[in-house]
Design a protein around this ligand. Structure first.
Ligand code: UDP
Length: 310
């Protein structure tokens, strides 16, 4: 098949493009490097079936409508990006998604859009099921992303209803692995870099807030199954094993054998307290569940961060 991956120079986009190329597809990857990394695009360029297009998705797409499938992963997604470029995030969640939909419609292609657990905000239902409508502050520091992604879901279902475009919606929970941006401000890259430097590991608040970390190849497998499956409506993709941020910091310190101590910093505003996906729908209807446990995933990720320094 001929497949477009937007955000292909990003962390998840890179791994998805690699997987699709390994399956023998022809892949066009698009990115504007707002948060993607040129090194990822360069690595993908080594494959003869890969073409890279540098383009900002909020500008109309000039690509020929010759795709069977489109995966839309273009969107800065780290909380640090929410302060840095909130308007760009809102634009790519609105105009960018609209451009993907228009291309999918012209090509007769199926569009998988990557939404997020952030549509649930600071959830009052735990774990989060797809039926939960969420608890989002529409004017808070995460609003650009949370409301942007909620708007995008509304746009997708509206375009599916009005124009018959075939869409898939993945709600991605925290994902990690090699090629995460070291300086993206997220918990795991921070913890790993700080522990490798034997510097204090910065835990926000008392670290009792939870996340559920999914290894990137598991997530990519879920995306591919969702794209090729029949589920209409959003599907949670993530690892349901939940840990506190304090536990995550301690595990990273122990794994690295670091002398780092824990330093407690203030919690960011509207930081969700609990997050764990209910993945019953993906298990039941896609036959999908994560395979890589945290010990193995953390070890591979730390190895990669180490390699980047040598
Ligand atoms: N966090 C932390 N230390 C850091 C960075 C993040 O304790 O150096 C916390 C953050 O406040 C949140 C959790 O770790 O409670 C996960 O944050 P991350 O930025 O990785 O992603 P999020 O799940 O908030 O999108």
């Amino acid at each position: 098949m001929r497949i477009l991956v937007t955000g292909a120079a990003g962390f998840i986009g890179f791994h998805l493009a690699e997987r699709l190329l390994a399956e023998g597809h022809t892949v066009v990857g698009l990115d504007n490097f707002a948060s993607g990394q040129p090194a990822n695009a360069d690595a993908l360029r080594q494959h003869s079936a890969f073409t890279f297009v540098e383009h900002d998705l909020i500008q109309p797409l000039t690509l020929k409508p010759e795709f069977d499938q489109i995966y839309n992963l273009a969107c800065p997604a780290s909380p640090a990006d929410f302060d840095r470029i909130p308007l760009e995030i809102m634009a790519v969640c609105s105009d960018g998604v609209r451009n993907c939909l228009d291309l999918a419609r012209a090509a007769g292609a199926r569009l998988l859009h990557t939404s997020t657990s952030e549509v649930y905000g600071d959830p009052q239902e735990h774990p989060q099921r797809e039926t939960y409508w969420g608890n989002v502050n529409p004017i808070g520091p995460r609003a650009c992303y949370d409301e942007g992604k909620r708007f995008a879901e509304a746009l997708l279902v509206s375009c599916a209803a009005q124009h018959g475009v075939t869409v898939r919606i993945a709600r991605i929970f925290n994902t990690y692995g090699p090629r995460m941006r070291g300086d993206d401000g997220r918990a795991l890259p921070n913890f790993i870099n700080q522990a490798l430097d034997n510097q204090p590991v910065t835990v926000h608040g008392d670290g009792s807030q939870t996340r559920s970390f999914c290894y990137v190849t598991d997530l990519v497998d879920g995306l591919v199954r969702l794209m090729n499956g029949d589920i209409v409506g959003p599907v949670n993709l993530g690892n349901p094993v939940e840990i506190t941020m304090l536990e995550a910091a301690r595990e990273v310190i122990a794994l690295i054998g670091s002398t780092s101590t824990i330093e407690n910093l203030p919690r960011p505003k509207d930081d969700p307290n609990l997050r764990r996906p209910d993945i019953s729908r993906a298990r039941r209807e896609l036959g999908w569940s994560p395979q890589v446990d945290r010990a193995a995933g953390f070890a591979r990720t730390v190895d990669w961060f180490r390699q980047m320094r040598s």
